[in-house]
Ligand binder design. Structure first.
Ligand code: PBG
Ligand code: ZN
Length: 318
């Protein structure tokens, strides 16, 4: 009989046999920056997550720096919204100003910016709207403007999350034309129309004013189509491709890992975080063990980068 238990006998040999080990550099921590002064608003459905005004950002950025995690993903929440999302590409937009602030005071932190219009549009959709229709090609120039303007401000990487067709190619061309040939694009490639984004839309004030996002985000039922989305983004010039959400889509992540050799990211989204926090607050689960198990599963399935609200806790627990 082969005895698997020989290599599980005590902690010393178990840790030598461990195939997947988390590291602070695996993580990207999402940060919400809100326009205004002296603001630190708790996000009710995401305990431990806050919206910060730029003058209060130090609080969270010091922790990020201390933890030594890979980087942050910035989401801006402007005061002014309009149909074109003009604050998304305004030189003095809240996100641009946050990037400049970080660049000056936290040059060691890698800055990824989410590129999407939904936090900036009055209708809350990720693109331009005509009637009830979310326009594709008309949206692309706005995404390009947003990406270039955030890189102008100092962003290190752009991450388009809008799910318009052709946006990776458009953004790549726009960055190149602006001289940013060395700025990578991390594409939200297989992004599903998921109920798991619920808490985020409170955090980022980005719920759609009418309808839903199903005409641009993917059907959760479609795994094969996800691989085509990923292949298309690679073809269009993405440097990193992402699967989102994480836990209910680890099969997609794993298949992507087997079918391409690109670096993969996974987004452990707001609803996944909220469920863990709620169960932990009720004393129904062991938060620390559940979080480490979930994050380890994401890495085991093939993620190089894990975008997670648990990042700061996870580093403490490693
Ligand atoms: C913007 C965006 C969303 C998320 C990341 N970028 C929301 C959405 O598409 O509705 C979700 C992140 C999360 O739930 O944590 N398009
Ligand atoms: Zn969006």
């Amino acid at each position: 009989m082969y005895r698997f238990r020989r290599l599980r006998r005590d902690g010393r040999i178990r840790s030598m046999m461990q195939e997947t080990r988390l590291h602070p550099k695996d993580f990207v921590y999402p940060v919400f920056v809100i326009e205004g002064d002296n603001i630190k608003n708790p996000v009710e459905s995401m305990p431990g997550v806050f919206q910060y005004s730029i003058d209060r950002l130090d609080e969270i950025l010091e922790q990020v720096k201390e933890a030594g995690i890979g980087g942050v993903m910035l989401f801006g929440i402007p005061l002014h919204k309009d149909p074109q999302g003009s604050q998304a590409y305004a030189e003095d937009g809240v996100t641009q100003r946050a990037v400049r602030y970080m660049k000056e005071h936290y040059p060691e932190i890698y800055i990824v910016v989410d590129v999407c219009l939904c936090e900036y549009t009055s209708h809350g959709h990720c693109g331009m709207v005509r009637g009830e229709e979310i326009l594709n090609d008309e949206t692309l120039p706005f995404l390009v403007k947003m990406a270039v303007s955030l890189v102008d401000a100092g962003a290190d990487m752009v991450a388009p999350s809008d799910m318009m067709d052709g946006r990776v190619a458009a953004i790549r061309a726009g960055l190149d034309q602006a001289g940013y040939i060395q700025t990578p694009v991390m594409a939200y490639s297989a992004k599903f129309a998921s109920a798991y984004y619920g808490p985020f839309r409170d955090a980022a004030h980005s719920a759609p004013g009418f309808g839903d996002r199903k005409s641009y985000q993917m059907d959760p039922a479609n795994g094969r189509e996800a691989l085509r989305e990923i292949a298309a983004d690679i073809e269009e010039g993405a440097d990193i491709v992402m699967v989102k959400p994480a836990l209910a889509y680890l099969d997609v992540l794993k298949e992507a890992a087997l079918s391409c050799d690109m670096p993969l990211a996974v987004y452990n989204v707001s609803g996944e975080y909220a469920m863990v926090k709620a169960a932990a607050a009720s004393g129904w689960i062991d938060e620390r063990r559940i979080v480490m198990e979930n994050l380890t599963a994401m890495k085991r399935a093939g993620a190089k980068i894990i975008i997670t609200y648990h990042a700061l806790d996870a580093v403490k627990w490693m």
